[in-house]
Design a protein around this ligand. Structure first.
Ligand SMILES: C[S@@+](CC[C@H](N)C(=O)[O-])C[C@H]1O[C@@H](n2cnc3c(N)ncnc32)[C@H](O)[C@@H]1O
Length: 779
């Protein structure tokens, strides 16, 4: 694509780079015309959408090769590796391929079920047996494996039925004898034990079904465009909005670990797309909802074997039907148009493939492209950088041409349609939400030091799994100090208030940057780069103490707790102060009063100074409190000197090869760092956290706890004590305390629950099931 971009004539490039939304039909038409006459464009198109270069289709030879490797590991007793290779084979096996007179996919499912059985993953084993049976209902081995797994689970009635069916279908006399013996054993067990049916999937729905109790209204704001409010007061932790995505896509790096439809972590028994080798799903249900070209008629159970008695025919019908979900008529299968094994859905960037999904959905809903395909959402095409404008044009033409070639020849790219697609891509840039899932990860503690005898310290992480468009959710504006929190369970967006919101106030989520995370300069630059707006939220307009100290140096006079800003931060603070001083609504003295009553801390005095002095008093390199000068160049040299041993320590932690002298050097450097940075500089909190991890690794949990607590003290000042980031840190602290056998872990953990319940309400335990195990730990 870069090569194509580089040969576009300058005159066309210039008109595109200078274009506004109204010029698009003409610029798109010009570029399309040039593309169609350019051999390189046709070559690229052939690679992306041509059937002879398609690399994402099924491949019988490769599937058989993986199957052989799976068999070889199974014979050696390495069931985990066998399972891995059977899964790889399933991803590549053509759905109707035959291998040794059996359906290859069904055979692979049964082979994988056998590995799962050996690994004691009985529920997953059952699911694989069902998948094999849906494809090949007369497959005796699949019924046999199902029967054995059901027997092990105590599902005695099901086990007996499965084994009876297997016995009838089994062609060889020795096989029949084997099944008979298993059936007898199961019957004996039935006589001795009462049967308890274990279901294959017991996911709780009730928490997902929570509905918001209020209506959101769209309002027009002077500085942020449309926004959302309610007519009623909203207490904290109230669910204000839920929504299903209009379109969604998984990010490339999570393709092998998360379900491409529901975005949950994949189980061991992954379900591949039946017609191409790209997506994998957690269940057949998700695979059917996502689409995929293969559609199979469910075989009639009574056609399977004439000699099977009626009650067993009923059992067969139940097994085949349980794995089928009901889809309503309007359901749009979002992967179907991508599913020809051609390369473009795997190669193009996720937001472009997402645009393809929206486009095909528009066509599915209206049965043509004649109506508007762009959505009723804001876009920033006019403010987009010249490079991005050119890129949007190229991708719009490439995507439409790929769809025309590999999906629907009726799609006719022209200037108007491409222009709409360019706007759609700009809308995706501004409105798509990062779909984030929570995950807890163990940190190793030195063997023997953990009370539980293993790795027991853990951290919470947010993982950005995908990208989605929510039509109403897109109307939430951004704030760096948001009053509502957006999160996801599977594909559903939930928005919950994290503080009291008075009726009529706008509800604002964070698009990423937050006070405490970055200072004013970094937040504004990030929002400008990603969304092309100058943030007008409270956190950016009003004075903010966290912004002052977050990246600040300390005063040259170490008895003064004042802050010294660098040039960039000082410029942004000056600009903010000037705007505040000229605004009649937010007079600095009024703000001062607010700070006086809310925060009686050292850094409060810096705020006083800023608010009562002229803005040109904010000079880089000078203490905002006492005016002392700090040589910023010398301070930087000291900082870099201190950072070298600290980054060496970080590397040692990452590689889990920590030597005591590396840790000792880092502790010394930390003292040097503290001597130049402001005491509430965020880097100090980060280094304290690194030291805590290091002490965890060498098993000095008391030191680890001390450093972790000091880090939290700083973060509480930067974010606020009830911010979700503090819950993550308290989670870490309580897990180290627990590993140390320290009963006060319960206090830290109470703090975690308190904060998380404001962010996730009653869904907290569903999002973080690990919470339950902490609650149940004995002190
Ligand atoms: C996802 S849309 C939000 C809805 C939008 N206001 C509308 O009218 O459709 C994002 C756009 O809203 C505006 N916006 C959102 N938050 C803002 C903020 N804090 N300050 C200024 N503009 C904001 C920007 O124009 C941004 O590109």
């Amino acid at each position: 694509m870069e090569k194509l971009k580089s040969i576009i004539p300058d005159r066309i490039k210039r008109t595109i780079e200078e274009s506004g939304p109204e010029d698009l039909p003409s610029t798109c038409s010009t570029l399309l015309h040039w593309c169609l006459q350019t051999p390189l464009f046709h070559k690229i198109l052939g690679e992306l959408a041509g059937s002879d270069t398609a690399l994402c289709g099924k491949n019988m030879e490769a599937a058989l090769d993986f199957k052989r490797q799976g068999n070889s590991f199974f014979t050696k007793g390495d069931y985990a590796s066998a399972l891995h290779f059977y899964s790889k084979a399933l991803r590549l096996a053509p759905i109707d391929a035959q291998d040794m007179e059996k359906n290859l996919v069904a055979t692979l499912y049964v082979n994988r079920a056998s590995s799962l059985y050996k690994m004691d993953r009985l529920v997953e084993c059952l699911r694989d047996c069902n998948r094999a049976i849906v494809i090949s209902p007369s497959y005796a081995k699949a019924w046999y494996r199902r029967g054995v797994a059901n027997a092990a689970l105590g599902n005695n009635h099901h086990a007996t039925c499965d084994l009876k069916i297997s016995g009838i279908l089994e062609p060889s006399p020795s096989g029949k004898g084997h099944v008979e013996r298993e059936l007898k054993e199961t019957r004996d067990k039935c006589r001795n034990k009462s049967s308890s049916v274990v279901h294959q999937d017991g996911r709780s729905q009730s928490c997902i079904d929570e509905k918001p109790k209020m209506k959101l209204n769209i309002v027009h704001t002077p500085t942020k465009g449309r926004g959302l409010t309610t007519e009623v007061d909203i207490p904290e932790a109230t669910l204000v909005h839920t929504e299903q995505p209009y379109a969604m896509i998984i990010l490339k790096r999570f393709r092998d670990t998360y379900c491409h439809y529901c975005f949950k972590e994949l189980p061991v028994d992954v379900n591949p797309c039946p017609s191409c080798s790209i997506p994998v799903y957690c269940s057949q249900d998700c695979q059917l909802r996502a689409g995929g070209m293969f559609e199979r008629n469910i075989p009639k159970s009574n056609s399977i074997h004439k000699s099977i008695p009626d009650e067993l025919q009923k059992h067969i019908a139940e097994v085949i039907v349980t794995d089928r979900c009901k889809l309503d008529d309007n359901h749009f299968a979002e992967h179907r148009h991508e599913c020809k094994g051609v390369n473009w859905p795997a190669v193009l960037p996720p937001d472009i493939v997402l645009a393809g999904r929206i486009l095909c959905k528009a066509k599915h809903l209206a049965d043509s492209f004649e109506h508007q395909i762009a959505l009723d959402l804001a876009h920033n095409y006019a403010q987009t950088t010249p490079e991005d404008k050119l890129e949007f044009h190229i991708y719009a033409i490439v995507l439409l041409s790929c769809l025309q070639q590999s999906h629907d020849p009726k799609i006719q790219p022209d200037g108007v349609l491409i222009a709409q697609l360019v706007i759609l891509i700009s809308q995706i840039k501004v409105n798509s939400m990062a779909v984030v899932h929570m995950k807890s990860t163990d940190i190793n503690v030195a063997p023997g030091e953990s009370r539980a005898g293993g790795p027991s310290s853990s951290t919470l992480e947010q993982i950005r799994v995908g990208q989605a468009i929510y039509l109403s959710g897109s109307l939430f504006n951004h704030s760096c100090q948001p009053n509502v929190h957006a999160y996801f369970i599977s594909r559903t967006l939930f928005v919950r208030s994290t503080k009291f919101v008075a009726a009529g106030c706008t509800l604002e989520i964070s698009y990423g940057p937050q006070v405490g995370q970055w200072d004013l300069k970094d937040r504004q630059q990030r929002l400008h780069n990603d969304y092309s707006f100058e943030c007008q939220c409270e956190g950016c307009v009003d004075l903010n103490l966290s912004d002052l100290v977050l990246n600040a140096f300390g005063c040259a006079d170490r008895s003064c707790s004042g802050v010294v800003l660098e040039i960039g931060a000082a410029e942004y603070e000056k600009k903010r102060l000037r705007a505040l001083q000229s605004s009649p609504n937010t007079s600095p003295s009024k703000q001062l009063q607010q700070h006086q009553t809310s925060r009686k801390e050292d850094i409060y005095y810096m705020a006083c100074h800023m608010l009562t002095h002229e803005s040109n008093q904010i000079k880089p390199g000078y203490c905002l409190n006492c005016g002392s000068h700090l040589d910023l160049e010398v301070a930087h040299i000291k900082m870099y000197e201190a950072e070298i041993p600290i980054s060496r320590l970080q590397d040692a932690i990452d590689s889990e090869k920590l030597q005591i002298n590396v840790l000792a050097d880092a502790v010394r450097s930390f003292k040097l760092l503290k001597s130049v940075l402001h005491q509430y500089n965020k880097r100090i909190a980060e280094v304290l956290d690194i030291l805590s991890q290091a002490f965890c690794l060498i098993g000095d949990l008391e030191a680890a706890i001390r450093y972790c607590k000091s880090s939290i003290e700083i973060l509480e000042k930067l974010y606020a004590p009830d911010h979700i980031v503090i819950a993550y840190e308290l989670w870490k602290l309580s897990s180290i305390q627990l590993a140390h056998g320290n009963s006060i872990y319960a206090d830290s953990f109470k703090g975690v629950r308190l904060i998380l319940s404001r962010y996730f309400g009653s869904q907290m335990e569903m999002i973080l099931p690990q919470l339950e195990s902490y609650t149940q730990q004995p002190c």
